[in-house]
Design a protein around this ligand. Sequence first.
Ligand SMILES: Cc1cc2nc3c(=O)[nH]c(=O)nc-3n(C[C@H](O)[C@H](O)[C@H](O)COP(=O)(O)O)c2cc1C
Length: 354
Amino acid sequence: MQVDLRSSWWIRNVEITTRLVLAPMAGVSVQAFRRQGRRYGAGLVCSEMVSCAGLQHGNEKTLGYLRIAPDERPLAVQIFGSEPGVMAEAARMVEDAGADLVDVNFGCPVKKVTKTGAGATLLEDPARACEVVAAVAEAVDVPVTVKMRRGIENGSRACLELGPRLVESGAASLTLHPRSARQMYTGQADHSLTAELVSLVDVPVIASGDVTSRARAQAILATTGASAVMVGRAAQGNPWALREIVDGAAGGEPPREEVVAELVLFMRETVRELGERRASGFLKKFYGWYLGRGRFPRPFKQELVQLETLDEVEARLFAAAPGAAEVLERLESELPSGEDDVVLDLPISIYGGG
Ligand SMILES: Cc1cc2nc3c(=O)[nH]c(=O)nc-3n(C[C@H](O)[C@H](O)[C@H](O)COP(=O)(O)O)c2cc1C
């Protein structure tokens, strides 16, 4: 049976109006990315993972992750850590900042995180994982959700044992990225595990991993019984993929003017968020993501990366797609106004948190 991707579902009292969730991605999921995701059809967006220790210490950079704009909501802020008390305190701060959901990361495969006992390590430490979820759920009124990998080792089925216990501990929804931590991003997500997890729990399950098209999204929803799909890498520099997945918008590449207009809007918003200096470095990977996929000749990206200032990058982009200025004007006029222009010195965190 085909699922209507534009139908509502709920995580407790939080209504999510489409079946598409934008993935949390460290070093990617800035506010500009999340707001763009909402415009293109994501019903729920998520911050990248935020260190609970950083929040506890009042680290200014970490606190920057708690900046939430009204047009992002509903929004989940994801936290990671392994100390139940510290995670509970972090969850309270996330709730106070206005997040609709607190998401707990049990999937990050990166050493810097797993060696502290957090992220994917908790998949194999069920007692502590449950303590963390129970403490967090006790601390806040908003629903608490968990994002997991299948387990640490290849072939592991740890998520199936752990998932129901996390629900008993208070998780209101589970997201499964059915790769092992060892796999990082190699191989394929095995969504037969997602189907098994759905059959074991009575909360909504979100399927994450290798959702790149409407056909794939429909197939995963139909075969797993998941409530929604999560899209990560396919949306990098490519919000059009989200529209295609949700609305079945005619495939094919967007016109160059639109690509440049969205990129420039993204650049401007990111500068407001991170400040010019940090934004310059942060944005470099996005040039390739936006301008690749055969949209512009390869050397063009190289040229942009070497320019000194973002003003120069903008000028070069407009020169390559003269109609883009008009498209950008329209986009900017359609955005909700009155956003604060506070610049936060946000960190560019480690790559690959789940
Ligand atoms: C660059 C990058 C950063 C990521 N950071 C996070 C993160 O902070 N928290 C998390 O739970 N998952 C993180 N992930 C995992 C994604 O949320 C998602 O589960 C995974 O990429 C599979 O989905 P995809 O095939 O649609 O990309 C990250 C993935 C990538 C590629």
